[in-house]
Design a protein around this ligand. Structure first.
Ligand SMILES: *Cc1c(COP(=O)(O)O)cnc(C)c1O
Length: 430
C-alpha cells in the first residue's frame, strides 16, 4: 500500500514512512492510494468474529506486510482489549460507548495502536525516539497512557496550566517513567507552537529522532475504523445512520473510509458545536475557516478541521458526492445543555457534552427520517468534563479507575512558554 500526500507535492511512501513522518513534507496529509475492499465474509459474519479478529482484518491491507501478521495481530489485540458496548438510550437511538479504555475517551484506540507501531519500527534503533504532543485535554492523556512503558520511546506532553479538567490533568501527570508532563504558563496555542517548533528544529533532529503523535498520523487515524464495525456487530437489521461528534473530523473520516471499503451504513452525520466550518462548507461549497470559539464540548473546538481534506479525497473531491452520504449540523451550547438535562430526566442516561451534541443532531435527523435506526458515538466519559455535574447534577457511574487516579501524585514541570527551556528538556531525554 502506498500513501500519497493530499497536497500532491511529496513522494509516495509506505506505511512505516508515513507513520514515522506523521505529516508529508508538503504539509499535506497522507492518504491511501487505494481503498481496499473488505471481504464479504468479514461483513456477513461480523457477529461471530472477535474484536481482535475484526481489527486485524480491517487494518491488515493498510499495513500491507510492513509489520508481520503475527505482530500486527498482537498489536490489534492490545489496542482493543476493552469493551465497546452499544446501549439503547431511547427508542431507535443507540450510544456506542467508546469511553471504556484507560483514559475514558475514544482517542485511546488510536494512541495505543500508534504507540505499538512505533515500538515495532523503533526496535532496531540504538537511540531513543521522542514523541512530543501538545494537548488541550483529551489527546495528551490518551497519548501518555498509550505510550507509557513502551521501550525506546520518551513522551513529552505540553499542556496549558489551569485549562484542562481535573481528571484530564491527573491522567497526564501521574504516570511518570517515560512520560514527562510540561505545564505551560500559557494557552493551548502556545503549547502547539512549542511542539511545532521542536518538530521543525533541524539542529535538534540531528541529535534525536523526534516525532508527533497528533491526530493526523495514519496510525492514529486508520484504526478508528474499528468502532464502526464493533457497532454493526452488535446491531441488528438494516444499516444504521452514524452520528459522530466532530472537531478535527478524523473519527468521521475513518467511518466514511470504512464505508467506502464496504461497511454498510445508511448515512453519516457530522455533529459539530458552534465551530461550524464544515456545516457552512457543505451548505455553501465554500470553505471559510474561522478562529475556534470555546464551547462546552471543548475537544471539538476546531476552527479549521484538518481531516476535512481526507473526507473530500474519499469522494474524489466532489462535494456533491460527499453530500449523498454525509450531512453536517451545528448544535449550540444551550441546546447541548438542554439535551444533557432532558435525556437524563427521561432516560437516566448521562451524556458528556460531546455525546450530547451528537445525540441532539441524531434525534433531530431521525424525526425527519422516520423508521431509521441511529447510532451516535459517545466519545468520552462524563467524568472528564467538570461542566457535566453543573448541568446534570451528577457524573453518573464513575469508573473505579478514577478513584485510583485521585490517589496518585501529580508530577509536572511548570515552564514559561519558552522554546529554549523545552529544547533543553528534550535533549536531556536522549
Ligand atoms: C477529539 C475528540 C472529538 C473530536 O474527534 P475528531 O476526530 O477530532 O473529529 C470528539 N469528542 C471527544 C471527547 C474528543 O476527545
Amino acid at each position: 500500500m502506498h500513501y500519497f500526500s493530499t497536497n500532491r507535492k511529496s513522494p509516495l511512501v509506505g506505511f512505516e514512512a508515513a507513520v514515522l513522518r506523521g505529516q508529508a513534507e508538503d504539509k499535506g496529509l497522507y492518504f491511501p492510494e487505494q481503498i481496499p475492499p473488505l471481504s464479504d465474509d468479514l461483513i456477513s459474519s461480523l457477529a461471530a468474529k472477535s474484536n481482535d479478529e475484526i481489527a486485524f482484518q480491517v487494518i491488515r491491507p493498510y499495513v500491507d506486510g510492513e509489520i508481520p501478521d503475527e505482530t500486527l495481530f498482537d498489536i490489534c489485540r492490545e489496542t482493543v482489549d476493552f469493551p465497546f458496548p452499544l446501549v439503547e438510550v431511547s427508542l431507535g437511538v443507540y450510544s456506542l460507548e467508546l469511553f471504556h479504555g484507560p483514559t475514558l475517551a475514544f482517542k485511546d484506540v488510536g494512541a495505543r495502536f500508534m504507540s505499538r507501531c512505533l515500538r515495532y519500527f523503533s526496535k532496531d534503533k540504538s537511540s531513543k525516539t521522542i514523541v512530543i504532543v501538545a494537548t488541550s485535554g483529551d489527546t495528551g492523556g490518551a497519548v501518555a497512557s498509550g505510550f507509557h512503558g513502551i521501550d525506546g520511546i520518551e513522551v513529552v506532553i505540553l499542556y496549558p496550566k489551569g485549562k484542562v479538567s481535573r481528571v484530564q490533568e491527573l491522567q497526564l501527570t501521574t504516570l511518570g517513567e517515560n512520560v514527562t508532563a510540561l505545564e505551560v504558563r500559557g494557552t493551548f496555542d502556545d503549547c502547539q507552537a512549542l511542539a511545532k517548533r521542536a518538530l521543525a528544529d533541524e539542529e535538534l533532529q540531528k541529535t534525536v529522532f523526534i516525532t508527533s503523535a497528533n491526530s493526523i498520523n495514519i496510525a492514529r487515524w486508520l484504526p478508528q475504523q474499528f468502532y464502526y464495525f464493533f457497532a454493526l456487530k452488535q446491531g441488528h437489521g438494516e444499516p444504521p445512520v452514524f452520528c459522530v461528534p466532530s472537531g478535527n473530523f478524523g473519527n468521521i473520516a475513518a467511518g466514511l473510509l470504512a464505508n467506502r471499503s464496504g461497511l454498510p451504513a445508511s448515512s453519516f452525520i457530522a455533529a459539530c458545536n458552534a465551530n461550524d466550518a464544515v456545516p457552512r462548507f457543505l451548505a455553501s461549497g465554500e470553505l471559510r475557516p474561522t478562529p475556534a470559539v470555546s464551547t462546552l464540548s471543548n475537544a471539538m473546538d476546531v476552527g479549521d478541521p484538518s481531516n476535512l481534506v481526507r473526507v473530500l479525497e474519499l469522494f474524489g473531491r466532489d462535494i456533491g458526492k460527499a453530500k449523498e452520504m454525509l450531512s453536517a449540523v451545528s448544535v449550540s451550547d444551550e441546546k447541548t445543555a438542554d439535551t444533557m438535562r432532558s435525556v437524563y430526566r427521561e432516560t437516566g442516561y448521562v451524556l458528556d457534552p460531546h455525546g450530547a451534541v451528537a445525540f441532539r443532531a441524531l434525534s433531530d435527523y431521525l424525526e425527519k427520517h422516520r423508521g431509521k435506526k441511529g447510532i451516535f458515538l459517545e466519545t468520552a466519559h462524563p467524568i472528564k468534563f467538570d461542566s457535566v455535574e453543573r448541568i446534570v447534577g451528577t457524573f453518573g457511574d464513575v469508573p473505579a479507575e478514577v478513584a485510583t487516579l485521585e490517589s496518585r501524585t501529580k508530577h509536572s514541570t511548570e515552564i514559561e512558554p519558552d522554546y529554549h527551556t523545552v529544547k533543553e528538556i528534550l535533549l536531556s531525554k536522549v
